[in-house]
Design a protein around this ligand. Structure first.
Ligand code: DC
Length: 390
């Protein structure tokens, strides 16, 4: 889809919004906006006394915080303030309480809401907060309101705090969650409540994967509803109705981020391995050539495997591990794409062709090298979920 779209995730403290929003954004290959982090940043910087500032002064101070979304290492998106990623100091319970206090101030809210809307114009987003569906992105493609019993949320929050090495007890966390609920749901401006057109998801008895499946299915349906993609999902099979072979029409599938890794092993004699290591084989730098060959193979997989779709891969890499026992080169390919089909075949072809290239580059000194154990070792993304070889 070409124009930016927004998916909103609202709900009370401790419901698991952040983790889910991050995972949903990663599945869809779009950015993730944590608006709570914006309130936390201002809460910490301005303190509870911000409520006593004259309106104009508060507006002036708010406008000095410039938020942006930047690509971090790998595929993650980082929320930045003044060009720097917001730090771990906003993740404390104190910062959460201060955020909830300053979030009652209309001037501060309207400044942050403008900043959030402007980010939504630049990128497709999963936006997470309290008023995303009701106020900030009323035209979102899909709105979710997540909820769970306070005791369940307190239990989850407690686990999170203990895992971070913080000391906490259940009663205190539960009281905190109840106080935050009261403050967020009861405030005069933009109180926490579901948008009339939000999908309500009670996560009390679901694990994260279960909730993520519900969200993804609903997003798939929304894409269909808006005519962006048709929702007809009928039987992705390689057989046509008359039993003949066909290439699956993936036009209805949602574009998601997909990664696949494959492995192959080239066994050789110790003396061949020694020559390879010293770059002394007659055809030259074996591993560099094998790497280029693997990358090219990934890009051309659709020409070789009959029912594969042409894909614009985002990234291909081949890593080599030279082992003495038994003498061998173990190579691993990784292919990434934002697309409608997986890249398992691209990864497997990359590993096989890189392995065959090693054979070709070294066959002058040894003909009985063995290429073996070609296999998929990992894949993520797409409807069938993640796979990791034992
Ligand atoms: O999601 P969180 O715990 O990081 O949010 C901290 C506080 O910020 C929350 O108690 C209420 C406020 N908030 C808000 O009022 N509106 C938002 N869109 C996001 C957070």
């Amino acid at each position: 889809m070409d124009r930016p779209f927004v998916i909103t995730l609202d709900g009370p403290a401790g419901v698991g919004k952040s983790t889910l929003a991050k995972r949903l954004a990663a599945e869809l290959g779009i950015a993730y906006l944590d608006t709570g982090a914006m309130y936390r940043t201002l809460g910490l910087a301005l303190g509870a006394d911000a409520a006593d500032l004259p309106e104009e002064e508060l507006r002036r101070r708010c406008s000095s915080f410039v938020f942006s979304l930047e690509r971090g290492d790998g595929e993650a998106w980082l929320l930045c303030c003044g060009g720097k990623p917001v730090g771990g100091e906003i993740r404390t319970e104190r910062a959460g309480r201060l955020a909830s206090i300053v979030a009652r101030l209309p001037v501060l809210r309207s400044e942050l809401q403008k900043a959030q809307q402007s980010l939504g114009r630049g990128f497709s987003l999963v936006a997470e907060g309290r008023d995303m569906g009701t106020k900030v992105f009323p035209g979102a493609l899909r709105k979710f309101f997540l909820d769970a019993r306070p005791e369940v949320r307190a239990e989850r929050r407690l686990k999170e705090l203990l895992a971070r090495g913080e000391s906490a007890d259940f009663e205190t966390v539960l009281n905190d969650i109840r106080a935050r609920d009261e403050q967020d749901r009861g405030r005069a401006v933009d109180p926490l409540r579901p948008a009339p057109d939000a999908v309500l998801v009670d996560t009390s008895d679901l694990d994260l994967d279960g909730v993520l499946r519900v969200l993804l299915n609903s997003v798939h349906a929304a894409f269909g509803r808006d005519g962006l993609h048709s929702s007809s999902d009928a039987g992705f099979t390689h057989l046509a109705e008359d039993g003949s072979l066909r290439m699956v029409d993936v036009g209805d599938k949602l574009e998601t981020r997909r990664v696949a890794r494959a492995r192959a092993v080239v066994e050789m004699s110790a003396s061949t391995l020694d020559l390879l290591r010293r770059d002394a084989l007659p055809k030259g730098d074996v591993l560099s050539v094998a790497k280029v060959a693997g990358i090219m193979a990934a890009k051309r997989t659709w020409e070789l495997i009959p029912l594969c779709h042409p894909l614009n891969v985002n990234h291909v890499d081949i890593r080599f591990d030279i082992r003495d026992e038994p003498p061998s080169v173990v190579l691993e390919s990784e292919v990434r794409v934002s697309g409608r089909t997986g890249v398992e075949m691209e990864a497997i072809m990359a590993a096989q062709v890189a392995a065959a290239t090693i054979y070709d580059m070294a066959k002058a000194v040894q003909k009985d090298m063995i290429i073996r154990d070609v296999r998929l070792i990992y894949k993520s993304g797409g409807k069938s979920g993640d796979f990791r070889a034992e």
